[in-house]
Design a protein around this ligand. Structure first.
Ligand code: COS
Length: 400
């Protein structure tokens, strides 16, 4: 699929590519060891405008299309995955609720701060007993005069340590559940009754931090419902729409990592050839490279197609889940093959394969596990009566 791009976007893509190669990649292993991205790097990310990719220009953002945004993610994930994660919540799940459903006042107040990177946002849905099954969240929000009172805990909240604004999903009517009983709120850092727990120590994405959030009789203004009081009860849909887009981004991240791993493997095999390794010893790795390239080609086509559909205003719930499951599972397969191609050297941190292997495994878990994606895909197939819809290939007007 040949995706036409504007001159402005091509310039941005080139600048991001150079930033990745010249600035992010050289310090990637140090960032991994320190489990921390230096603030000077975050400032450079701010200067590139990358905290406001989907935010409309009227609010200071870059107003990129979904297609453009995923191309940026594809570039930025060809190095340590934590860099993307640092901007990911502000460009996606943390702020898209406000972009999609926010009131004019909310947009005016929050989006310029988010787009400039002055404020980082986080998305708080997952709870200790409700991760994948988002319909079982327990955190409550009760209206008391002119304030909502929040009680409950959220876990694995990415960028909680850096965020000034949290999109928090809570139950406002237990009986109605996901159909009218869940609401999305804006919670600002520092509000009494809201605290952030210590950082999680985890297997991958070391430079990207997750924390528990604790709400104890936390009072927030009545108007902090995303979209205002008429949107009370609509938060599950907001969250699911936000995740639809997030899953395309996840696909792009898995694709970027896969591309980089394949390139590292090509360099490795070329070195072996140059060192005189007999050809028959290399056939297995040649086949592995061919499989990597084939999968990456397929993944890129499906991702771009789904992004294109979204940019046409089409619903992409099923396609986004397909992209997420295919791209993230592919990335794990490629990481495994890459480790085999590198043999024992693949276990050495300096060769980066082991870091990619740990990081891409996490892509199969967050923003909905592979199992959840399969549930969403199959439900949609079974629900949809229209046979044309079962294998939808809407291509009219699509780039060649
Ligand atoms: N966009 C818009 N609306 C959506 C939607 C979407 N993608 N998905 C569901 N909805 C709507 C439904 O249309 C339904 O409303 P109506 O009855 O008015 O049509 C309502 O939301 C409830 O939908 P559903 O019946 O599918 O809800 P369930 O409670 O059965 O949800 C799944 C189950 C698996 C779909 C949901 O819990 C899910 O996606 N979980 C994954 C959560 C996740 O990714 N967690 C990771 C952590 S967050 S980073």
């Amino acid at each position: 699929m040949n995706v036409p791009v504007s001159e402005d976007f091509q310039n941005l893509l080139d600048r991001v590519r150079q930033f990745v190669q010249n600035t992010l990649e050289p310090i990637s292993l140090q960032v991994e060891a320190d489990a921390e991205i230096p603030e000077t790097i975050v400032d450079q990310i701010r200067a590139l405008g990358l905290f406001g990719m989907p935010v409309p220009k009227a609010f200071g953002g870059l107003e990129l299309t979904t297609m453009e945004e995923i191309r940026i993610y594809e570039e930025i994930t060809q190095t340590n995955a934590c860099y993307r994660s640092r901007i990911g919540t502000s460009n996606g799940i943390g702020s898209m609720g406000i972009v999609y459903d926010g009131t004019d006042e909310q947009k005016q107040h929050y989006l310029p701060r988010i787009a400039s990177g002055q404020w980082t946002t986080s998305f708080a849905l997952t709870e200790p007993d409700a991760g994948s099954d988002a319909s079982h969240i327990r955190m409550s929000a009760v209206l008391d005069g002119d304030a909502w009172v929040l009680n409950g805990n959220k876990v694995f909240i990415t960028n909680a340590d850096a965020a000034q604004l949290f999109t928090v999903i809570a139950v406002t009517d237990e009986e109605k559940g996901t159909r009218g009983g869940v609401t999305a709120f804006i919670v600002e850092r520092g509000v009494p009754g809201f605290s952030i727990g210590p950082g999680d120590v985890k297997m991958g994405l070391k430079g990207s931090h997750t924390h528990e959030l604790v709400f104890k009789d936390c009072r927030i203004p009545r108007e902090n419902v995303i979209g205002g009081m008429e949107k009370v009860g609509q938060g599950f849909k907001t969250a699911m729409q936000v995740l639809d887009k997030g899953r395309l981004s996840m696909g792009a991240c898995a694709l970027g990592a896969s591309q980089k791993m394949m390139e590292l493997c090509i360099d490795r095999v070329r070195e072996k050839i140059a060192a005189g390794t007999p050809k028959d010893q290399l056939q297995t790795v040649q086949f592995a490279l061919a499989d990597m390239a084939t999968q990456i080609f397929a993944a890129r086509q499906m991702l771009y197609h789904a992004a294109w559909l979204k940019d046409q205003g089409r619903g992409v719930t099923r396609e986004a889940s397909m992209v997420k499951v295919f791209c993230t599972e592919m990335a794990s397969r490629i990481a495994d093959s890459a480790l085999e191609i590198f043999e024992a050297d693949g276990c050495l941190t300096r060769n980066r394969i082991e870091m990619f292997l740990r990081d891409v495994r996490l892509y199969r878990i967050y923003e909905g596990t592979s199992e959840i994606q399969r549930i969403i895909i199959s439900r949609d197939l079974l629900k949809n009566q229209n046979p044309e819809h079962r294998g939808r290939t809407a291509t009219a007007g699509m780039p060649d």
